[in-house]
Design a protein around this ligand. Structure first.
Ligand code: FDA
Length: 398
């Protein structure tokens, strides 16, 4: 039997559940459809199982998009404080970890349960696991051809996310629907992702795998420049850690990253000015500033002997060493891809959507929310804040 609803939300992740709950609690008859067998896997695994559910500093400056103004309206109407109030209503404990990032004290499962309870308050109907073969139009209604039968709805909300982590159910559904309805897409690519380097070129750095240290990293020029001060991690295939995940969203193929491995110290100046007073050899001096393995690796990569005394080393070589530490320019050959990416950059072009309601300008009644849209947050709770805010904007408009 064909069932008819006011709203069919496709994708029961962070954005989909939030939107279904908001629309349902406004009295709309809502159906929420997801093809997964386990509910909201991305929330469950996020933040190491504790979900970094928002960032108290979240604002438009923390998002990447071809149209940086698009996210302003939704973010200002549903703020981190709004989500915190919801958490408080459900008595879910949380704490701030680093740079405004809020995590659950206990488990991300509490957020899934809270969103599920909010959907129940809105009498949301569930179809899960349920796959959607196609979406078409029958007059003013959308026809959702699903494995649970045909569903008719006055509005559809596409909340199927991006392409990252396909093994837990990510698909290109939103992009396929956009193409079908002739909506423009900003080419998707993996973001918040470890970066890789040419296999042969990376061999000298292999012994450094596992080393982590705070660095400054930058890439790009002027308008598209990214710059972060965070931890860097050496891996067997390249670089990772928060500094690299952050900068990966700004990095463009073929361009360098510039790393400052000792942001607090001007190495060349310290070495040259201290030539008469520094008694230590290079290896011991550097080991005061960074992990010893990295110190020796860097000195040797610059064709210097860790046992050499600073006083006996020519200024020219000390300057080169300083540059290698404070301005290390390296060109990644790629990234670990969607398998490891936390998010997908790009997506539905925001020029196609209303910033008030996330509805398509061309296809009345069709909304896109969450990660499917070309709005991508930095690492640190911003992507969930976008999911909550864009979902609420759509939900309130239905
Ligand atoms: P989301 O991916 O959450 O949901 C999409 C839903 O659609 C899924 O349930 C999926 O099964 C369903 N779906 C997909 N295709 C379908 C189809 N064809 N038919 C039916 N259903 C379909 N962000 C943050 O702010 N803080 C954090 O701590 C983290 N941590 C984190 C860790 C890891 C490992 C990852 C991969 C990602 C994060 N993120 C994050 C990012 C965050 O998880 C992400 O931005 C949001 O989950 C996006 O919410 P959406 O609802 O848009 O998509």
């Amino acid at each position: 039997m064909v069932k008819q609803f006011d709203v069919a939300v496709i994708g029961a992740g962070a954005a989909g559940m939030m939107c279904a709950a908001v629309a349902g609690q406004r009295g709309k008859k809502v159906v929420l459809i997801d093809h997964a067998t386990k509910l909201a896997e991305k929330i469950r695994i996020s933040g190491g199982g504790r979900c970094n559910f928002t960032n108290v500093t979240a604002g438009p400056q923390n998002f990447l998009s071809q149209n940086p103004h698009f996210c302003k309206s939704a973010l200002s109407r549903y703020t981190p404080q709004d989500f915190i109030s919801l958490m408080k209503r459900y008595r879910i404990g949380y704490h701030e970890k680093h740079k405004g990032q809020l995590f659950c004290d206990d488990s991300a499962e509490q957020i899934i349960a809270m969103l599920k309870a909010e959907c129940d308050l809105g009498n949301v109907s569930w179809r899960m696991p349920c796959s959607v073969a196609a979406i078409g139009k029958s007059g003013d209604l959308f026809r959702v051809d699903s494995s649970a039968g045909e569903i008719l709805a006055s509005n559809v909300v596409i909340a199927t996310g991006g392409l990252s982590i396909p093994k837990i159910g990510a698909t290109d559904f939103a992009y396929r629907i956009a193409r079908q309805f002739d909506l423009r897409l900003i080419e998707p690519r993996p973001a918040l992702v470890p970066l890789t380097f040419d296999h042969a070129g990376w061999q000298p750095f292999l012994p450094l795998a596992g080393i982590a240290l705070p660095v400054e990293v930058q890439t790009g020029e002027k308008k598209t420049r990214g710059e972060f001060r965070e931890d860097l991690l050496f891996t067997h295939r390249g670089l990772s850690g928060p500094a690299i995940l952050q900068i990966s969203s700004f990095w463009k193929t073929g361009t360098p990253l510039v790393l400052n491995l000792l942001p607090e110290i001007d190495v060349a100046e310290t070495l040259i000015n201290g030539k008469t007073s520094i008694k230590k050899n290079l290896g011991n001096l550097f080991a005061q500033w960074m992990p010893a393995r990295l110190a020796h690796g860097l000195i040797e990569a610059n064709k210097l002997d860790p046992m050499a005394r600073v006083a006996d080393t020519p200024d020219r070589l000390l300057r080169n060493l300083g540059d290698a530490v404070n301005r290390w320019a390296i060109v990644p050959n790629g990234s670990e891809g969607y398998r490891k990416a936390e998010v997908t950059l790009g997506g539905i072009d925001t020029k196609e959507l209303s910033q008030q309601s996330m509805v398509s300008n061309k296809v009345p009644g069709m909304h896109f929310i969450g990660e499917a849209v070309d709005v991508t947050g930095w690492l640190g709770g911003y992507n969930f804040q976008w999911a909550w805010a864009s979902a609420t904007a759509a939900g309130l408009s239905l």
